[in-house]
Design a protein around this ligand. Structure first.
Ligand SMILES: *Cc1c(COP(=O)(O)O)cnc(C)c1O
Length: 218
């Protein structure tokens, strides 16, 4: 009951932003019965951060309910090949070697996986992602790093741990300005339970919401 109300209120906020924004319901650590509750409320898009946990929870459910599944990273080389087949997106690609590995793997699996490059704009060591300096030359290249089965979808970032709203806004604005100047067709994935309102105002295309929907994980 509460989950469905949370979904409805988020969808209303998205609507009033006037943009088409995808709500990714982040169900990591949460049991399947809560996921089913969200599905009953009309939610079709889910996110998991552990590849294996996602496989356990969604292998049957995904086809049955016609869901879209996002992986939130980081992508670890040991399990990365398991992304293909079940996951539709990964948001955690944060090194060129990961891009190269997944390009090669995608050719073997021949299942479409779209990816976001994770960008670290907060200079926090605890966060993965390309620095702006490393990212710009990649986006400036004339040919993007993709093939038929591994496609570039856009740029992802995580707001500052401090949740300081002014800093958060400046980081989301920065990602949007990188998009606008270099890859205008790219989508943005930014905004979690604590900062999605700012992300909506700064023109994100995907928000990734866990605890606001399903309750805290502690
Ligand atoms: C867990 C997680 C989320 C959701 O976080 P909440 O604060 O619970 O909304 C979003 N993005 C990533 C990358 C995550 O790991």
């Amino acid at each position: 009951m509460r989950i469905s109300q949370n979904i409805l209120s988020l969808q209303a906020e998205i609507k009033s932003s006037g943009r088409e924004v995808v709500l990714v319901a982040v169900s990591k650590t949460k049991p399947v019965n809560l996921i089913e509750e969200a599905i009953s409320a009309g939610q079709k898009v889910f996110g998991e951060n552990k590849i294996k946990e996602g496989i356990e929870k969604f292998s049957d459910l995904k086809t049955k309910e016609n869901l879209t599944l996002h992986h939130l990273g980081p992508v670890q080389s040991g399990t990365a090949k398991k992304l293909f087949g079940l996951y539709d997106y990964t948001h955690g690609v944060s090194s060129l070697s990961t891009v190269e590995f997944l390009l090669k793997e995608s050719d073997k699996h021949k299942k479409l996986l779209k990816y976001f490059l994770q960008v670290n704009l907060t200079d926090e060591d605890s966060k993965n992602g390309f620095s702006e300096r490393d990212l710009l030359p990649i986006l400036n290249k004339t040919s993007l790093l993709e093939n038929e089965y591994f496609r570039f979808e856009g740029l992802m970032t995580i707001g500052p741990t401090s949740e300081d709203p002014i800093l958060t806004r400046s980081i989301f604005q920065k990602l949007n300005s990188i998009r606008k100047s270099l890859v205008p067709f790219a989508k943005l994935s930014m905004g979690m339970s604590g900062d999605y309102k700012i992300a909506l105002e700064e023109e994100t295309d995907y928000i990734r919401i866990g605890s606001f929907l399903f309750g805290s994980r502690e």
